[in-house]
Design a protein around this ligand. Sequence first.
Ligand code: ADP
Ligand code: ASP
Ligand code: MG
Length: 468
Amino acid sequence: MKIVMKFGGTSVGTGKNIRHVANLVTQHAKNDCKVAVVVSALAGVTNSLLEIACQAKKSDAKHIETVTKKLLQKHLEAISTAITSKQIQKEVSQITENTISELEKVLTGICYVGELTPKSKDYVVSFGERLSAPIVWGAIKDHKTETQCFTGKEAGIVTDSNFGDADPLMNYTTHLVRERLGPLLEKGVIPVVTGFIAANQDGIVTTVGRGGSDYTATILGVALQVDEIWIWTDVDGIMTTDPKIVPAAQMLPQLSYQEAAEMAIFGAKAMHPRALGPVIKENIPVRIRSTLHPDNQGTLITKEPNAKITEAVKAVALIKDVAMVNVNGAGMVGAPGSYAKVFEVLGKNNINIMMISTAVSEANISMVIRRNLVGRALSTLEIALIGRGTVSEVTTEDDVAVVAVMGANMKGTLGVASKIFSTVAKAGINIRMIAQGSSELNISFVVKEKDGTAVVRAIHKEFGLDKI
Ligand code: ADP
Ligand code: ASP
Ligand code: MG
């Protein structure tokens, strides 16, 4: 059996956890499994890097040194617990020190130039995985198992140049990955690859979006034509809702690609939204499972929906960090192409629209986008549209959240929407916007962010999701 195993930030959060990961990997490798490993940055490191990258523009050398010292300390501590052999410890510590010293130089450069571009931001955040992968590699080597460490770029993952949210050039990537990792895998050598980071055709570092190590895993899984992709994380599988919101949330043993993709897009953080794209075509099963309970089978995602669960609603998700953009103007009424213009302006500026709703009156269009893009959306819409006859005003609300209620069996089931909305009304909460795609796989609506958790809890209870 050939498997790509991806380990998320919490799974490699400490030296002890990394030892556990190395045990899991080598146990499977001994059982006649050919394993390729994908690793995320240590928990919290990507966030720290993003923060320091943004501050570096106006920071001083002293502050940069304090942050990089802390990062060095954290990784050296992990090395000393994860790896027992002094020789390997020394080797990995040396790599870590060199990498941190490069990071310090990059941050100092940004500090002097006073500018952070999407390209340099990707370069800075790439250090998280560049620091974690060698430790996992060392811990596997500690088991006297043959292993080799790669960055995404070295493994052959080539993407477009959409820094911060790049997509792979799948044909080229497949060719390179097969050439570079294929023979190793066949020989039983375990490749350890940095998740999240890759490079464009010019070799410049790119990242595939937050939580992107899942995507790296499916890209490699497809390129290497593995039997299954296992996403190891800190929960038992994909659940009926985020267990941090509802502790009684239940694990869903089986989901179709379509359902899982819908859940990922709508915020079930357990999976990167675009990660299922590559595997759907190739029909490769994906399993989400827990490093804390490795004997559990987790959630299996395949082509077929689970025939056993017949309930209309399977899951509910809360998506925070979003904002609503409202474009108003009596001039849009009956004016062909006015919506297209709005979408074109946002699309050209790389602003993804997560949800759309319009009224029959055509005088208003409301959209949900990521909150960090609000400034860009407002300025580009204002420059392109205001004062040109159709749009009179663009407003935003950024204290909102989206609640998405999902399930393949919602299709054609009467009364689901009315049950959802009466539950929200009973909780005394106001709905700001509603959308239901024609796929009928989900109903999403916008509420004030402060009400989000209460709405999710109420719907989870009303549909009996704690008992399925
Ligand atoms: P990793 O670091 O392993 O990639 P993530 O933090 O990205 O892990 O994703 C796992 C987290 O996703 C869980 O700890 C859980 O709180 C959250 N989560 C949100 N919605 C769901 C859901 N429906 N099912 C499972 N986990 C969810
Ligand atoms: N380290 C990256 C992030 O935090 C990628 C990942 O963890 O999947 O977004
Ligand atoms: Mg993740």
